[in-house]
Design a protein around this ligand. Sequence first.
Ligand SMILES: C[S@@+](CC[C@H](N)C(=O)[O-])C[C@H]1O[C@@H](n2cnc3c(N)ncnc32)[C@H](O)[C@@H]1O
Length: 208
Amino acid sequence: MQAAYSPDYENALRRRENMLFFKRWLKHPSQMGTLAPVTPRLAKLAADLVENPSDLIVELGAGTGRLTRALLAHGVKPKNLVLVELDPELCVFLKETLKDLPECKNSMPHIIEGDATKLAEIIPESFKGKVSTVVSAIPFMYIPPIAREQIVKSSFDVLKPEGSILHVTYNPKSPLAFKKDLKQERVGKLWLNFPPGFVWKYQQGWPS
Ligand SMILES: C[S@@+](CC[C@H](N)C(=O)[O-])C[C@H]1O[C@@H](n2cnc3c(N)ncnc32)[C@H](O)[C@@H]1O
């Protein structure tokens, strides 16, 4: 087996990710949202927007771990990272592939097979109310509005008061409706990506 991060390892991993992602998309198209994982450039853009990588971080819809690896490369500590993923096959893939990373030599992220709408119930007790960023690539555009609302509410339930949600999407417009107590800001854009990608930041409070 090649060392993690060698070009051969990366290419082989990307091929496996793309195949598995596509297979899961055929089974659950709206849950997956897209045919393929986010590109490494979009993953890096989103991960680098995490302002305090030494804090407790949650990733929703971790998929095959493309964004997870960018978060770890940005300095997020595995023991401080909770990954929530609904698809059991993707959870197995995450466990199997993340352990190859040098960052995960001594500890692994907490991988939770579960539904992000119930985040506040499934997250470890030690994270509750102490998370500084929830990073989400859940396809808000394709899931029912009620589930979207529950994910946002559950995320704010586990976040610190000043914490934020970073949402990765292919939609240049915010997928969340205007709300008087929700600050919404587009903090990242990558037009030269296929498809173009965007990162939205949500915080509790009055829009300025
Ligand atoms: C667009 S993919 C994002 C994949 C990944 N973050 C990446 O780096 O490419 C969306 C992921 O969200 C997961 N998902 C969708 N709804 C979910 C939910 N309610 N709870 C947890 N995961 C969910 C899907 O199974 C899928 O893996």
